[in-house]
Design a binder for this molecule. Structure first.
Ligand SMILES: [Zn+2]
Length: 526
């Protein structure tokens, strides 16, 4: 007898619906599986046979042919154990023949007949809804994820017998306790707060600008100045997510297998902080069928690289394409995979291997060491950094004698949200979300300057030999600063502040370190 059921294949971040067909006929007992399946999918036969035996389900001894179509897509993973088992049951007449109509199933079988969880349940549920599926049967452990897609009927099962019971009688033993996600988790802003950061007014200001306009930021300075401490508090001031962004991020985490079953919808912008020993594959995404790497897991959030020059040159160069195109394309024999990678790059670094430069009394590094250290960050990568901040050592007065509490994350976040609203209004009907995303062709349209700002920028353009790219970066940062000021027009003061944060560029007068240190006047936030 013939039967069929829907299932799905994960290809990068895409979910493609597939059909599992089973034909059971008289003849020599044989089990054949066709349809461009990987060795991993072929192993399903052994798992299914043993799971049936241990669930006390007896299949007739017949010739079985299974086809997973369409045949031009490579089927990987353990998604297909459950749909193949259900389709076999229907072909053998052990469940009603029409019980699989409009049903999609995904799940891995254990030898005992239990159903193990799978990755990607959330996007599978989303794909099921858009392809007109009525019921999605999936592992109970993934039920909360699937139920985030509200208009789809999702059924969580723990064992093969429970699936049979559901398809015969329309009921599962109990699935209420699987559904822990009764409502969206509140936007949790973490425990770390900006009020704990002493001094560093310029860096605080830069962090607020970076987060408001999603500009890439480098904090440079001596060890112990509080760069990492400040960076770790950035998640507490990140702007909130829209529903669409929540679903997009949750889909990535579902496919990576990193979703918390208790909170299947991620309501907070991600903050990823890979160690400097991370390989290029760990950052970009690796595997035969690539899985999301750190830069994709940081999508719509922050990628924090502490000790930036300690990362391998290869790992850092990986960042160039995503920083420019906001996605990464990975090519494999099985196809081309596109992963979104629109993140805020936040990095911290010292100026030399010992960390004490430019204090020549304490720095023990040779000029060659210092040059080699900073040269690890290529000019091309530097060109993509919007804000550069020097973090000097914290003064005694700031550290111990100043009793005035610093501004809290909650207060800063209120201002960030206000800028976010202005940006949402400005970019309505465009694919952009933040000021940093304005393409060169639209700079004039979105960054309107008054005459004073024009004069100051053109003067700096000539005297500091700014490149066209740096000039655009200064303008985009000035746009965010003007937004923070509640102004639709960029004034001279906004250009001035944006210029203090520009990335150091090599000049004919550079000293032996390869960097020209600019004098940065501490920004006093009044
Ligand atoms: Zn040194």
């Amino acid at each position: 007898m013939y039967s069929q059921i829907s299932s799905a294949v994960v290809s990068g971040l895409d979910i493609i619906p597939v059909t599992v067909e089973t034909d059971m006929s008289d003849g020599l007992p044989q089990f054949t599986m066709v349809g461009y399946v990987s060795a991993q999918v072929r192993e399903a036969e052994d798992r299914i046979r043993t799971a049936f035996r241990n669930s006390n389900i007896e299949l007739p001894v017949k010739r079985v042919t299974i086809n997973i179509s369409p045949a031009d897509i490579r089927k990987n993973g353990s998604f297909y154990d459950l749909p193949i088992a259900l389709s076999l049951l229907a072909s053998a007449g052990l469940i009603p023949p029409h019980s699989l109509d409009g049903v999609m199933a995904v799940g891995e079988l254990s030898l005992s007949g239990n159903i193990n969880s799978v990755r990607g349940a959330l996007p599978v549920a989303s794909a099921a809804l858009s392809s007109g599926i009525r019921t999605l049967i999936l592992p109970a452990a993934n039920l909360a994820e699937a139920r985030a897609i509200r208009r789809l009927s999702s059924v969580g099962i723990r064992t093969l017998n429970e699936a049979v019971g559901f398809l015969r009688h329309g009921k599962t033993a109990e699935d209420a306790d699987c559904f822990t996600a009764a409502g969206p988790a509140a936007a949790d802003t973490g425990d770390e707060d900006f009020s704990e950061v002493r001094g560093q007014q310029t860096a605080r200001r830069a962090a607020e600008i970076a987060v408001s306009g999603f500009h890439n930021l480098i904090l440079a300075g001596v060890p112990g100045a509080g760069k990492t401490m400040l960076a770790k508090r950035v998640p507490s001031i990140l702007p909130s997510l829209t529903e669409k962004e929540c679903l997009e991020i949750s889909t990535i985490y579902s496919i990576a297998g990193l979703l918390d079953p208790a909170h299947p919808m991620i309501r907070r912008r991600p903050f990823r902080s890979p160690h400097h020993t991370a390989s290029p594959q760990a950052l970009a995404g690796g595997g035969q069928v690539p899985r999301p790497g750190e830069i994709t897991l940081a999508h719509r959030g922050v990628l924090f690289l502490d000790e930036l020059p300690e990362f391998s040159r290869k790992s850092l160069e990986i960042l160039r394409q995503p920083l420019e195109e906001r996605e990464i394309v990975i090519s494999r024999a099985s196809g081309c995979f596109r992963f979104p990678a629109n993140f805020l790059l936040l990095a911290a670094m010292n100026h030399c291997p010992c960390g004490q430069f430019p204090d020549r009394n304490r720095c023990t590094c040779s000029p060659w060491d210092i040059r080699a250290y900073t040269a690890r960050i290529s000019k091309a990568l530097m060109d993509r950094i919007d804000l550069w901040v020097e973090c000097p050592a914290v003064s005694y007065a700031d550290l111990l004698t100043d009793n005035k509490p610093a501004e809290s994350s909650a207060d800063i976040r209120l201002r960030v949200e206000a800028v976010r609203l202005r940006e949402a209004e400005r970019f309505r009907g465009t694919p952009f979300h933040f000021n940093s995303e304005i393409p060169p062709g639209s700079i004039r349209q979105f960054c309107e300057m008054d005459s004073e700002a024009e004069i100051r920028l053109s003067r700096m353009y000539d005297s500091c030999h700014l490149s066209a790219r740096s000039c655009h970066r200064v303008l985009k940062v000035a746009r965010t600063i003007a937004d923070m000021d509640g102004s639709d027009v960029i004034h001279g003061i906004h250009i001035d502040e944006a210029l203090t944060f520009r990335t150091p560029e090599k000049s004919p007068n550079e000293d032996d370190t390869g960097f020209r240190y600019q004098h940065i006047t501490a920004w006093t936030d009044t």
